[in-house]
Design a protein around this ligand. Sequence first.
Ligand SMILES: [Fe+2]
Length: 355
Amino acid sequence: MINTSRRSFLKGAGALAAAGATGIVPMSLVTVEQANAADTFSFAWITDAHIQQIKGTKFVSNWDNGFKRAVSELANMNPKPDFCYYGGDLAQQGIPAELDHGMEMYSKAGVPMKAINGEHDYFLDMGAASRKIYGIPADNYSFDHKGVHFVALTTIRASEEWEAKWAKDPHGRMVMMERLDNPAGSPFRLGKEGLAWLKSDLDKADKNTPVIVFSHSPIQKIFAGWNFWTEDAEEIQALLQPFKRSTVLYNHVHQPQANQIGNIAFLSNFSTAWPWPYPTTYTQAPNALPTLILPMNRSDIANQRDATGWVFVNTNGGDKFEASINGFDNPARKVTWDGKFQDAGYTAGAAAQHY
Ligand SMILES: [Fe+2]
């Protein structure tokens, strides 16, 4: 679970203890505490279910099971969070049958969903099915909720040249982009149109308004080889920096990561399906992992729920940061940032040793 709170905007300990009692679930909870207690609210965060059709009504059961478990935790919450942020890659191959099956399972939650596109949802038909099935108004949209400005982005677009080149081969385009380490794919980006939309959206917002950004890609440059990367990250960050506090909640990396750049806090989440190892364990491509990475043991492919779990994060708009990470078969970790990043459990090179 992820519990993002802010100080004027923050409480966390109570929710943390309460949620801790529920055990390890591949679902996150974000609590946004505000100065005015009546405005305090929470939302769930579930991502990267990768529902995969084998044939007809047969789907990969492991991915179904991880997602069902998260949905059932959400369904049993009392009180229910205001909505659920779904971070993309509900489908594996972008086909409507996978998206439909995922949403059918999700419907048991009884909580409205605010979704964004992942590359697996998108490249078969450039988001036509996912926008419809997720029920989102556009690739990029925003909404205000109890004093917080939420921005939901499609940050997995390919370059214009690449998209033009593959325009006539939707299946080939999907295959190119769905593979994690395909050099024939394209680096992710929000793209020119998306940047223009974001600028005009943020221009209208008061710079003291807390901003929470939903993005599939990290909006920072971590590891190009696996698209743990956003090509126009600097331009997006420049639009967010004028805000007193902003938080990017990103997905795609299938592991908790934390970073802070200026006024922007970056947090990622577990997948409900499977963990990716740390790119530092691979030597075939250069990487630029931020120093605020959170190593953990991984990954035992015989263990269905290895390196999935939950995280609580309390942020104070980038002034302070505290993450409590609880994954299967991993020691519980506590990470804090207060002008300086601290992780008592961190050992340099630990990720490489563990994998
Ligand atoms: Fe992804």
